[in-house]
Design a protein around this ligand. Structure first.
Ligand SMILES: [Zn+2]
Length: 257
């Protein structure tokens, strides 16, 4: 496997799809990466969110297997479509919308719950958030052992900007066309949110970029990715879930185990 392809694939040792049914660990923690297929500017591939979610989940499971083999974490195949209506004016975007995403996550959790331990949705697409939070908290209410965690980074810009471009330069550099990266709409998200919500991303950014990817670098991407993976792992190991079904930072107050 080339280094570039490695960014898109789950490590064999923790890849659920490569296991045999009779050799699975008992009640493993299953990470379910949730991405999207949507425009990411003229310089990033449509599956950017899926690449990030898959790579983060794989790295979390791998590092956990190395340091705490008793945890037994596996990564399920990535959900490649999400709720991307705000990007629909750009060719290439394939959205299943909130209602269907909600049904997909519901059925996947119900099915996984038959044999898995805790299911953790690892979400890398902001547009999926309200649905993932609503479904997961509802399923917790129904008695399922499920939670979600965002692929957060410090000081992230909104879309296809410096953060995502740096992450992709680290994870899958062969598919980043940096020569076509241009400065997008860099207004604060709160400012453009009303227009974005009513008229979509294209109304506020003709290139589809929200942020400025021109200063992105693989070194920054590596730093961002490492802290993202550490953060997700910390939250999974602490196992504290808030009222939205989100795994909390161990230091946050008011969490229940
Ligand atoms: Zn994205």
């Amino acid at each position: 496997m080339s280094a570039a392809a490695a960014g898109r694939r789950v490590d064999d040792a923790v890849d659920l799809a490569g296991q045999r049914w009779d050799s699975l660990p008992v009640r493993p923690v299953v990470l379910l990466p949730a991405g999207s297929t949507e425009q990411h500017g003229p310089h990033l591939p449509l599956d950017t969110d899926s690449v990030i979610a898959t790579a983060a989940a794989s790295a979390v499971a791998r590092s956990s297997a190395r340091d705490a083999p008793e945890t037994r974490m596996l990564v399920a195949p990535t959900v490649p479509y999400g709720a991307s209506g705000e990007h629909q004016a750009f060719p290439g975007t394939v959205s299943i919308g909130h209602e269907v995403l909600s049904m997909v996550v519901t059925e996947l959790v119900r099915s996984l719950s038959q044999w898995a331990g805790r299911v953790v949705v690892v979400n890398a697409h902001g547009g999926n958030l309200p649905t993932v939070a609503a479904v997961v908290s509802q399923m917790i209410g129904e008695g399922h052992d499920v939670a979600w965690v965002p692929c957060l980074t410090a000081a992230a810009d909104a879309h296809a900007g410096r953060t995502e471009t740096s992450l992709m330069l680290h994870l899958d550099p062969g598919r980043v066309d940096l020569a076509r990266a241009v400065k997008g709409n860099t207004s604060p998200l709160e400012e453009i949110l009303p227009a974005l919500a009513s008229r979509g991303v294209r109304a506020v950014s003709p290139t589809g970029i929200l942020g400025d990817p021109t200063d992105a670098s693989a070194a920054e991407g590596e730093r961002l990715f490492t802290s993202m993976v550490d953060e997700i792992r910390l939250r999974i190991e602490a196992g504290l879930v808030d009222e939205h079904g989100r795994l909390r930072e161990p230091a946050e107050r008011g969490a229940r185990p």
